[in-house]
Design a protein around this ligand. Structure first.
Ligand code: MTE
Ligand code: HPA
Ligand code: MOS
Length: 751
């Protein structure tokens, strides 16, 4: 089944925040961001700005009617700076005017004097100065201290990854509209309608039933709108609350890039020990996460880094420690993979370091150490593993040995172009690591004409979750897709939602929908059974017909629904689902946090130009563990998108903050994202089809985030290509591998 949005998308008819028709009298807001990254506001002079014709009001922290606080996990983030600014771009004031042009004009007329304080941009420096967001955490299994003695090889090193701009096509924004009795309806481009509702309520000082948040869809979120849509919604709602007028703010791209947090850069020390047979016996890592100026989701992101720090390998002795370090960058936040990719990069770097030092291929070490069903992860969960199955299938169906030979032959025959190959196995846990977040609800209405309307907490952001939820309802009722509508996500219809994140949206909201539809179906079968005087067990609904013992009964869906309505049977249901089996004890750092894991292996081949340092990704060939995909078209799209986004993070995308904490790569002219030329020439995706019982919806495993980590393979393939040209090059593990770094590596130590 095609994505139900594709028809409207290609016609330009899909609605995003900026497509909502404005109500007469709508005002326009723009936030003033701090021009320095750290300092004390000495003077804030609004007079000239306020004198402009068409200016309605300028809000500062003094105007906040509730609490000046939007921190989600730790209450450490003011909505508007009080006298202290902590990052460049931090909102100081919110200008509201009759037009957007006037509001932007006024911004330039606000006079701010900030006394600069020392700026920290480096997480190791922050840690050394005791600037931690939360106390460090350590996950461990076995006894690493004792294990080093048994190792034939021990290697230490450092591995760094840079951040990543989300670059959702639709920038952040919100539109707040006053309703009666002080209720405010907030249209928000958010992955977390309830997070927006909570933030607005706190800032305004009103109860949650006063705030209706509505989301039709996002033009991409990628984690960037899990928490960070709150700011703009709270600013607009505050203005609406005070002025009793609709207020809209839709960020310009450069504002969005400068003011919002991104994927966390990490710097990490590692130590790896192996036996003579290349079994990894011990692994240690100390992560320094660059959290930015406020906690945001950083502690949760760091937790997932610790969970995924050994990727898909079984290692009997592990000790990994995470430091969430407070710097003066915009608060970094969720980004596809949620800290997992940063953890996996380091273990892959450690394996490559070991392989290069011992003189074997990294793939040899990877293969020997893949986990198996029954192995214990360092956090206590027992693996139900598809790791080896994916790896072996990839090697076989893509002819890895022949690929290797061909690359070797190419490199022998060519001086100025070199190819590199790398394997990237992935294992990603599905569930919010915070157990309490793993629940969802669905409200299903069957109308008296037989049409169906479904509301859930799921936010459609391009990942196709609405299509999957529609498929669930269609399958349970055995209805055509055109009988079913998926509603906007709305906090007055569905309460207390978890954000659409952690790749778990379809599982959680799909299961809730399954529960609601199954309950209604049960009632309908009872109605049919009474009407036909046939045992309900014999009744089956198929292709909109009511069958009894497999034979037609003359009753169809429409008539059955009408009959049920006349008999005053409830045709609506609110289903609730909470993931069973999961638990985690933070005092021991042990438990069973994930409903299941998703596995896969990618083979990446690249070619570099040894004069220019430029490169192309020839192919990414994947065997991915889908379980039993309920929508192969959407799932393949997620994998392709994830791969390209992961390659971007690992190769092209270079976030640059200067020492003063100002973003230099603040537009698409200076921040390079993958375009069509950077996309692998070939992407092949094969299914590892499994029938194993799992907690995925219809056994169709979550697919949103895991493929991003295949992109890590591109980094190591490039490294191998550089080594093919310059075997003696000492290359640091420092992603992204930009063309500049490739060029430096090609000639490192040569001149
Ligand atoms: N795909 C598209 N097209 N747009 C997005 O914003 N977000 C990713 C992934 N795929 C995203 C996407 C992220 S970060 C997550 S967590 C999942 O989708 C969320 O949706 P799911 O839980 O339905 O997989
Ligand atoms: N993944 C994604 N988003 C989240 C998580 C998680 O594990 N926990 C809280 N928000
Ligand atoms: Mo995705 S980073 O969990 O929104």
């Amino acid at each position: 089944m095609k994505n139900i949005d594709s028809f409207n998308h290609v016609r330009g008819e899909s609605r995003y925040l900026d497509d909502i028709p404005l109500i007469q009298g709508t005002l326009f807001g723009v936030a003033l961001g701090a021009s320095v990254a750290h300092g004390i506001i000495k003077k804030l002079d609004l007079s000239e700005a306020l004198a402009l014709e068409g200016i309605v009001r300028i809000f500062t922290d003094k105007d906040i009617t509730g609490e000046n606080q939007i921190g989600g996990i730790v209450p450490d983030e003011p909505l508007l700076a009080d006298h202290h600014v902590h990052f460049s771009g931090m909102p100081i004031a919110f200008v509201v005017a009759e037009t957007e042009e006037i509001a932007r004009e006024a911004l330039k007329k606000i006079k701010v004097e900030i006394e600069a304080l020392p700026v920290i941009t480096d997480p190791r420096e922050a840690q050394a100065k005791g600037e931690l967001i939360v106390p460090p955490r350590t996950f461990r299994i076995g006894d690493t201290d004792a294990a080093w003695q048994d190792c034939a090889y021990v290697f230490e090193g450092k591995a760094d990854t840079n951040g990543q701009e989300h670059l959702y096509i639709e920038t952040q924004g919100a539109y707040a509209v006053p309703l009666e009795n002080g209720v405010i309806k907030v249209y928000s481009s958010t992955q977390g309608p309830t997070a927006v509702q909570r933030a607005v309520c706190k800032v305004l000082g009103v109860p949650m039933h006063q705030i209706e948040v509505d989301v039709t869809r996002l033009g991409g979120g990628f984690g960037g709108k899990e928490d960070q849509a709150n700011t703009w919604a709270a600013l607009c709602a505050l203005a609406t609350h005070v002025l009793k007028k609709p207020v809209k703010y839709s960020l310009h791209r450069m504002e969005d890039m400068a003011m919002t947090g991104k994927r966390h850069p990490y710097s990490t020390d590692f130590k790896i020990g192996l036996s003579r047979e290349l079994k990894i016996l011990a692994y240690e890592a100390t992560f320094f996460q660059n959290a930015g100026a406020a906690a945001d989701l950083s502690p949760a992101v760091l937790e997932r880094t610790l969970f995924h720090s050994v990727n898909t390998y079984f290692i009997p002795n592990v000790r990994v420690t995470g430091n969430s370090c407070r710097t003066n960058l915009p608060p970094n936040t969720a980004f596809r993979g949620f800290g997992g990719p940063q953890g996996m990069f380091v273990i892959e770097a450690a394996i490559v370091k070991a392989a290069e030092s011992i003189g074997v291929e990294a793939a040899q070490i990877q293969r020997i150490n893949l986990n198996k069903t029954g192995d214990e992860f360092h956090y206590g969960q027992i693996a139900q593993s598809e790791s080896q199955a994916c790896w072996e299938k990839a090697l076989e169906i893509y002819g890895f040995d022949q690929m290797k030979e061909a690359v070797g032959a190419f490199n022998k025959a060519n001086l100025l172009h070199k190819k590199g190959l790398a394997l990237m196995p992935v294992c990603f846990g599905i569930s919010f690591t915070n157990t309490m977040m793993n629940h969802a609800r669905s409200l299903v209405h069957v109308y008296s004409d037989g049409s169906v309307n479904v509301s859930t907490g799921a936010v459609e952001m391009g990942q196709g979750v609405n299509t999957k939820i529609l498929q669930v309802a269609a399958q349970v009722f055995s209805l055509n897709a055109d009988k079913i509508r998926i509603n906007s996500t709305n906090t007055f219809r569905i309460a207390n939602t978890s954000p659409s994140a952690a790749s778990a949206t379809a599982d959680l909201n799909g299961k809730a929908t399954l529960i609601a539809c199954t309950e209604i179906l049960k009632r309908l079968k009872k109605v049919a059974s009474d009407e036909l005087k046939i045992d309900a067990k014999e009744i089956e609904l198929k292709n909109e017909l009511v069958l009894a013992g497999g034979a037609e009964t003359g009753l169809d869906w429409k008539r059955l629904v009408a009959l049920a309505f006349m008999k005053r049977v409830a045709l609506s249901e609110h289903g609730h689902y909470a993931t069973p089996e999961i638990h985690f004890d933070k005092t021991k750092e042990k438990g069973h946090p994930f409903a299941y894991h998703v596995y896969g292996t990618a083979i990446t081949e690249v070619t570099i130009d040894c004069l220019r340092g430029t490169y192309e990704v020839d192919a990414v060939k994947v065997v991915h563990d889908f379980g039993t995909s309920m929508n192969p078209v959407i799932d393949k799209g997620q994998i392709e998108g994830g791969i390209v986004q992961g390659i971007g993070w690992m190769t092209l995308e270079e976030l640059i903050y200067d020492k003063e904490g100002k973003l230099k790569s603040n537009a698409l002219s200076t921040y390079k994202v993958p375009d069509i030329y950077a996309v692998p020439k070939k992407i092949e995706i094969d299914f590892l089809q499994t029938e194993q019982d799992n907690l995925a919806i219809f056994r169709s495993k979550a697919v949103g985030e895991p493929p991003l980590m295949y992109g890590i393979g591109a980094y190591f393939a490039l490294r191998n290509a550089v080594k093919a040209f310059n075997p003696a090059a000492e290359l640091p593990f420092d992603a992204p591998m930009t063309a500049e770094k490739v060029l430096l590596g090609l000639y490192a130590g040569k001149y």
